[in-house]
Structures are given as structure tokens and as C-alpha cells.
Design a protein around this ligand. Structure first.
Ligand code: SAM
Length: 269
């Protein structure tokens, strides 16, 4: 399946997992979502400016040479169908050093028995940690619009013995889950793929149980790692999206070298 990202949510780096097939914007290494790059000091959360206003630079992305791959009127066709290939990047053993998955999951403040959604879960990198956090009475729902990713996760979770983790496909514009059924939503390196994020934020808010929260983890606008800078959603924009969905959102303190974490909750509950 081809994921179409709209103009308001420009696609992230669309280099093939087999290797970049195209050049990126000047200064970008062309190594995609989880590529290796130098670490820039984030310089404090207030220094993370948002460059959303500069989108529209869509040239040379989405050219994977795969069937159906094409530029869309409002954005970029993005192909995440080859899960095994993407796994080489998403599950690169070196990722833990900068992704700090234990710290990320700690910030979710998961209690045993909770229901946690991993939205845009990809190959299931966070699965085992989320599964351990919710415990045997809890549930992890790993959602991805790509059938290949979901199949990959099902096999992976079975191999890892994660009996409380379930991988499901989701539409591009929603989770397909019932309102009031979820305690935590984690969205890693995926928020910038979502079109109409303000409407999506409203949907997420409706999903939450009392005390529930949504976490967005994505690349800062400064770091050399990650998707092309003009395709990123910085923390200010992520916060604005979530506020537009009538949640209260804020950047939290963390030690991730290349990313920010925004946490949002329903202020009225
Ligand atoms: C860069 S990967 C991140 C995977 C995973 N979260 C991780 O950190 O390893 C982005 C994922 O988002 C998924 N995705 C793209 N558009 C989406 C949408 N509208 N809703 C949910 N997931 C989406 C893609 O299929 C892909 O698996």
C-alpha cells in the first residue's frame, strides 16, 4: 500500500530502505527516517522552530520505482510496503543509542492493565517494551496502514511471545478504535505522515479514557538525523496540532539527542 501524505503533512524522507534513490534538500544526508547523522545540540525546547510554512518542496521524493509510486497533488507518495527492508533501518541495533526506547516508554507513565496504542508502529520496534509495561492484564494495539508492516509485526510479536500485543491495520485517517477505549497513544516518527492532523488530533482525544494521553516523538528541526528538514513537524507545530484537537500539549524534558517529545491530554478530564 502506498501512503499518501498531504501538503499539510509533508512526507518524511522517502528514500527507499534499499538505499536512497534520490537526492534530498541541501544539507540533508539523504539517509531517511532513521539515518545516521551528526547530533546537534537541541539548544533548549524554545529553539525548536517550526518550518511548516516552508513546505511545498516535494521534488525528488517518493521515487522508489515501485508500482503505483507517484507524486500526489498534495504531497508525496510514500512506500512503506517492504517491511523486511524497512526493518533494517527501524530495527538497526544502533537505533537504541539515540532513540532511547526505555526512556521514551518511561515518559509514557504506563500502568499495568492499560491499553496502549502504537500508531504507525512500523515493524514493531517498541512492541516488547510496551508489552512489558502494560503487563499481562494490559493490551498493546500496534496500528499501521501498511499490511506488510502489520504482517511483519504479527510474526515478530509471536516470536517475541508478546501475547498482549496485537498488530492491526488502520486507515490513513483514523485508528478504527472505539472512543474512550485507550489509555496511551504513542506516535513515533509518524505524526508528520498524517494528513489533516488537527482532525486526527480530535479523533485521538476522543479515543482517550479519563487520564489518558497522547505522546508524539519526532525529529527536531535542528538535528541532521531523520527526514528532510522541510518535511518535519517540529514541536511547536505538533503542539498546535494537538491543541487544535482540544488537548493540552507540552514539550517534556528528556535526553534524546535528536528528537523532541510532546505529551497531550484532554484538559477537561
Ligand atoms: C518512520 S515509520 C515509524 C515506525 C515506528 N513508529 C518506529 O518508530 O519504528 C512511519 C510509519 O508510519 C506509518 N504511517 C504512514 N502514514 C500513516 C497514517 N496516516 N497513520 C498511521 N500510520 C501511518 C507508515 O506505514 C510507517 O510504518
Amino acid at each position: 500500500m502506498l501512503v499518501l501524505s498531504a501538503l499539510l503533512a509533508p512526507a518524511c524522507a522517502s528514500s527507499s530502505p534499499n538505499g536512497p534513490s534520490h537526492a534530498h534538500a541541501a544539507g540533508h544526508r539523504g539517509d531517511g527516517e532513521h539515518g545516521e547523522g551528526g547530533h546537534h545540540d537541541k539548544g533548549g525546547h524554545h529553539g525548536k522552530h517550526d518550518h511548516q510554512g516552508k513546505h511545498g518542496h516535494h521534488g525528488k521524493h517518493g521515487h522508489h520505482g515501485k508500482p503505483g509510486d507517484h507524486k500526489h497533488e498534495h504531497g508525496v507518495a510514500h512506500d512503506f510496503s517492504d517491511a523486511a527492508e524497512w526493518s533494517k533501518r527501524f530495527d538497526d541495533p544502533g537505533r537504541d543509542a539515540w532513540q532511547k526506547p526505555d526512556e521514551v516508554v518511561k515518559h509514557l507513565a504506563i500502568q499495568p492493565g492499560m491499553t496502549v496504542v502504537d500508531l504507525g508502529a512500523g515493524t514493531g520496534y517498541f512492541g516488547k517494551r510496551l508489552s512489558a509495561a502494560v503487563g499481562p492484564k494490559g493490551k498493546v494495539i500496534a496500528l499501521d496502514p501498511e499490511a506488510g508492516m502489520v504482517a511483519f509485526m504479527r510474526e515478530r510479536f509471536a516470536k517475541e511471545g508478546l501475547t498482549n500485543a496485537e498488530a492491526r491495520t488502520c486507515p490513513l485517517d483514523g485508528t478504527g478504535l472505539e472512543p474512550g477505549s485507550v489509555d496511551r497513544v504513542i506516535i513515533v516518527d509518524t505524526w508528520h505522515h498524517i494528513s489533516n492532523r488537527e482532525a486526527y488530533a480530535k479523533h485521538l482525544k476522543a479515543l482517550l479514557r479519563p487520564g489518558g494521553s497522547v505522546m508524539v516523538v519526532d525529529f527536531t528541526l535542528e538535528t541532521e538525523k531523520g527526514p528532510p528538514k522541510e518535511h518535519r513537524v517540529g514541536p511547536d507545530k505538533a503542539i498546535a496540532d494537538l491543541w487544535a484537537g482540544q488537548m493540552v500539549a507540552r514539550v517534556i524534558d528528556e535526553t534524546l539527542p535528536d528528537q523532541y517529545i510532546v505529551v497531550a491530554s484532554d484538559a477537561t478530564r
